[in-house]
Write a protein that binds this ligand. Structure first.
Ligand code: FNR
Length: 365
């Protein structure tokens, strides 16, 4: 269908499911085991209702914000997802171009199909990019990657902490990862591809990574450091004690620990713990997982998130309609966002607060 017939992120998913190669669809859509966390990530948003304010002058609505010190036209960003060339021959740079046109931040994955420099080169000067980091067993390799990213102007380092070993994604394993478009820079051709794409490319990740390594990261870079994959209040408080700049509450889009809780529920727990200690301003809190509608974004912001990441919808938009699809998805989300801000009685991001949502049903199933 023409893009004019695509009205929301689910429409992109539908077209992707019916037009992408089976390999690419399997790798992008899959989650761990029975994909319960994948499903609940989005469904958890259905348990949160709005408490709108009326008779607020909402003629002018501004949805721009600041994340990690940089301005963004929207409080969501394109999150890091590996293997862009599975879905589009040009890979991640397609996301870069769309993000640039629409003034949206992009997080660059360690396991991109394009090289890191290609993705940075595809950006314009005004564009903000962050980097997702898988930590290598050889710390000298990691140090080089981090310092190179900083030199190239990357504005935030998201260290993935939920993947000491890659999860078991059976849909992906069944297709056996034969697609040559799926090569990544770091991959080693001697790896066993029979276990699917995820396993094949992850053998370098260091499972011994621990809290003790955090000061080392702080010593090698001045970029803000954000832990990607925190999932409970205890670790959120620890993150503040270790003086990291942010946490990203995430279960890796349901691709790692099956039965990890939906990120939006974790957000409620984490913000309560931070507020109880008066620590909520010491750290920026982000979430990702299952965000498909602007109402999902608004709910997360009401509950205290500084911003949210969106993964699969951008992969599907890129794979089906290329750069135009990426721009169209961003425009749809912007339009949804402005309308729903108006309807809940908010004119700017700072207006969003916990009294605008009703959590009565979130923990009762
Ligand atoms: C991911 N994600 C991910 N995260 C990460 O830290 N490093 C990575 O290499 C990848 N790769 C990756 C590939 C694909 C195909 C997907 C779908 C996801 C996780 C990603 O950053 C993010 O946490 C989720 O995608 C968010 O969930 P949604 O928006 O996809 O539901």
């Amino acid at each position: 269908p023409p893009l004019s017939q695509i009205f929301n992120s689910f429409d992109f998913e539908y077209v992707a499911r019916h037009t992408m190669s089976p390999n690419a669809w399997a790798y992008y859509s899959s989650g761990s085991d029975d994909e319960i966390t994948v499903r609940e990530n989005h469904r958890a948003f259905h348990k949160i209702w709005f408490r709108p304010r009326v008779l607020v002058d909402v003629k002018n609505v501004d949805i721009s914000t600041t994340m990690l010190g940089t301005k963004s036209s929207v409080p969501f960003y394109i999150t890091a997802t590996a293997l862009g060339k599975l879905g589009h021959p040009e890979g991640e740079v397609v996301l870069t171009r769309g993000a640039d046109k629409m003034d949206v931040i992009q997080m660059i994955p360690t396991l991109a199909s394009c090289s890191f420099d290609e993705i940075v080169d595809a950006a314009t000067d005004k564009q903000t990019q962050w980097m997702q980091l898988y930590v290598n067993m050889d710390r000298e390799v990691t140090k080089k990657i981090v310092q190179h990213a900083e030199k190239r102007g990357v504005k935030g380092l998201f260290i993935t902490v939920d993947a000491p070993q890659l999860g078991r994604r059976e849909k992906d394993m069944r297709t056996k990862f034969g697609d040559p478009g799926a090569q990544v820079q770091q991959s080693d051709d001697s790896v066993d591809r029979s276990q699917g794409a995820a396993r094949a490319i992850s053998s370098f990740i260091d499972p011994s990574l621990s809290w003790k390594d955090i000061p080392w990261f702080q010593s090698i870079t001045k970029m803000p450091i954000i832990l990607k994959g925190v999932q409970c209040a205890e670790d959120a408080l620890k993150a503040v004690e270790y003086k990291v700049d942010g946490i990203l509450l995430s279960n890796h889009g349901g691709r790692q620990l099956e039965f990890a809780r939906p990120s939006i529920e974790v957000l409620v727990e984490v913000m309560a713990a931070l507020r109880a200690k008066g620590w909520q301003d010491y750290i920026e809190v982000y979430i990702d997982g299952g965000i498909r509608r602007a109402t999902d974004v608004i709910k997360a912001l009401c509950l205290g998130a500084k911003g949210v990441g969106i993964g699969r919808p951008f992969l599907y938009a890129m794979s089906t309609y290329g750069e135009d699809g990426v721009c169209h998805l961003i425009q749809l989300l912007k339009d949804e966002m402005e309308m729903n801000m108006r309807l809940i009685g908010a004119t700017k991001i700072e207006d969003l607060n916990p009294s605008m949502v009703d959590l009565k049903s979130i923990f009762t199933h």
